[in-house]
Design a protein around this ligand. Structure first.
Ligand code: 9D3
Length: 224
């Protein structure tokens, strides 16, 4: 899978993409991720990517033409791919969307910034608009990292067999059971006795009950 990211803050991505699972996916050549500076596709002295909104109002809006040029140029080099626009106006990202996107051979991610992106960008490029949730961020960069993280780990071969994605809680609609590790007691807090018992059937029952209980309490919206 190839992912091309277009942003005015390319430096934000390198650290995140050079660690852990994304790092491994890139090393194994299962994911190729390239981050591009949108300003490279401007042609004025100041490398202008934003302008004041028609009709008035606060803030600045991203100009369409540098984005069009960027996508067209990258398409010539790397071929077609689904174009995603990270925007608060998008459909809310979830595990199902990550699964769906992981089936693509090539994605383009456009990170908005400032007050938003000229509406003709989504119109002309036929973008899929994606939000990561109902809170205000300063731009599409962190959302793009979230998307890449969630999608890349689903590419076959990226994860080891033992943490295969089919077993994950959001796929099953329940939260995970609580985890404990050594020591058996810390600051007066003990590991539940049952987990030390070696009784695997009882442990499974305990964990299943905990999953149901905490899902009911913390995420009643998940219940089906
Ligand atoms: C305070 C500005 N808002 C006016 C009411 C609108 C607004 C514009 C631009 C809010 C956020 C942003 C920048 N955010 C994104 O580009 C963004 C985002 C987000 O803020 N939340 C969740 N997902 C996403 S994806 C892109």
């Amino acid at each position: 899978m190839r992912i091309d990211i277009i942003t005015i803050f390319p430096e934000m991505f390198e650290e995140v993409f050079s660690r852990s699972i994304i790092k491994r996916a890139r090393e194994k050549a299962l994911a190729e991720i390239a981050v591009h500076q949108l300003r490279d596709w401007t042609d004025d002295r100041h490398k202008t990517v934003d302008e004041r909104p028609y009709g008035g109002g606060p803030g600045m809006v991203m100009k369409p033409e540098p984005i069009f040029k960027a996508v067209e140029d990258l398409r010539k080099k790397f071929g077609k791919g689904e174009v995603c626009l990270l925007t608060p106006q998008g459909k809310r990202f979830n595990q199902e969307m990550a699964q769906d996107l992981s089936g693509n051979k090539h994605l383009y991610l456009i990170c908005g910034h400032y007050e938003g992106v000229d509406e003709r960008v989504s119109e002309y490029l036929n973008t899929r608009e994606i939000s990561i949730g109902d809170y205000v961020l300063t731009g599409g960069e962190v959302p793009a990292m979230v998307l890449v993280d969630a999608v890349v780990r689903l590419i076959p071969g990226v994860l080891g067999d033992k943490d295969s994605p089919v077993e994950e809680s959001f796929s099953e609609g329940l939260l995970e059971y609580p985890q404990y590790t050594r020591p058996e007691e810390v600051r007066g807090l003990k590991v539940p006795e049952i987990l030390l018992s070696g009784n695997h059937k009882a442990i499974k029952k305990f964990r299943d009950e905990m999953r149901l209980k905490r899902t009911q309490k913390r995420r009643p919206d998940l219940k089906e």
